[in-house]
Write a protein of this length. Structure first.
Length: 256
C-alpha cells in the first residue's frame, strides 16, 4: 500500500460502524508516527470508556486524525483471542491445549497483518445475554499455557484491550496492512458484521464469559483494568479541531 495515500480511520470507520463495531477511535497522536498502534485517546477504553458518537466519528474522518490507524473496542457481547505465535511465542500451542479440553472453536473471522498462519486475532460472539469475564485471560494461562504461566494469548473484551484493524498499517512490519480472513483462510474485502462472528458454546463460553448478572462478570482490580492497554494513560483528549459538516439522512448508516 502507498503509505502517502493511506488514511485508515477515514477509510474504515463508517464501514465498521455499519457492521456493528461501535467503539471506534484513531490510534497514535499528532506528534508521533502517523501509523501507530498506540496510544488511544483518553476516555474511550476501560470500564468508564465512552463510545464516540456517529457525528464525532464522521467528523474525524475529515480531520488530521483521519489519516491515522483505526482501533476498535469490543462490543459487550464480543471477545477476541489475540494469538501470538512468532519469535518463540507459543500462542498456537496454548490454543491447541485448550481445544483438547474445551472442544473445537466455531468458524469465525481472523484479523492480522502477518498473513496466513496461526498468529492473529480471532473474534467470537458470546451466548445471548452473556458478557466477558474480567479474569478470563489469567484463567486461560493458568489452565492451558505450556509453562502454566504465559499463554501468549491476550483476550480482548469490552472493558479490556482493543484491536488495531484493517485498513491500518502495522508499524513493526514495514507498514504491512491488516487484513480480515474468513474461516477458510480467504482474504475478506470488508470486515465482518459482529453478528456474523462465530458464537461460543460449552467450555469456551464458560471460560471467556458468563451471564451479565453473574458475579463472575463484575469488575475486578479497580481502576487498573481501565488502562490495561497502558496506552490509555498516555493518550490525549480526542479533541482535534474538526470542520463543521452537515450529515444527510443517507449518511446515517445503520447496522446491516
Amino acid at each position: 500500500m502507498d503509505e502517502s495515500t493511506a488514511h485508515p480511520f477515514a477509510d474504515g470507520a463508517l464501514v465498521y460502524r455499519r457492521k456493528g463495531w461501535i467503539g471506534l477511535f484513531p490510534l497514535g497522536t499528532g506528534r508521533g508516527p502517523q501509523y501507530a498502534k498506540e496510544p488511544v485517546p483518553v476516555g474511550v477504553t476501560g470500564y468508564e470508556g465512552v463510545d464516540a458518537s456517529f457525528e464525532k466519528i464522521s467528523a474525524t474522518r475529515f480531520a488530521p486524525a483521519g489519516r491515522r490507524n483505526i482501533g476498535i473496542r469490543m462490543p459487550r457481547h464480543v471477545v477476541g483471542l489475540d494469538v501470538d505465535d512468532y519469535d518463540g511465542k507459543q500462542g498456537a500451542a496454548t490454543l491447541r491445549r485448550a481445544v483438547e479440553v474445551l472442544g473445537t472453536l466455531p468458524d469465525t473471522y481472523r484479523s492480522t497483518a502477518r498473513g496466513p498462519g496461526d498468529s492473529g486475532q480471532l473474534f467470537f460472539q458470546l451466548p445471548v445475554g452473556w458478557i466477558a469475564k474480567p479474569g478470563a485471560e489469567e484463567d486461560l494461562a493458568r489452565r492451558f499455557a505450556p509453562d502454566g504461566k504465559t499463554s501468549h494469548i491476550k483476550i480482548l473484551m469490552w472493558a479490556r484491550r482493543y484491536a488495531c484493524v484493517w485498513p491500518s498499517l502495522h508499524p513493526g512490519l514495514n507498514l504491512a496492512q491488516y487484513r480480515w480472513y474468513d474461516a477458510a483462510g480467504e482474504v475478506c474485502e470488508e470486515p465482518p458484521a459482529t453478528f456474523h462472528l462465530g458464537r461460543l458454546e460449552g467450555g469456551w463460553a464458560e471460560l471467556l464469559g458468563a451471564p451479565a448478572n453473574s458475579p463472575d462478570t463484575q469488575r475486578r482490580g479497580g481502576p487498573r483494568l481501565q488502562g490495561v492497554t497502558l496506552a490509555t494513560e498516555t493518550g490525549e483528549a480526542w479533541d482535534e479541531p474538526q470542520p463543521a459538516i452537515r450529515l444527510s439522512v443517507a449518511e446515517r448508516i445503520t447496522v446491516e
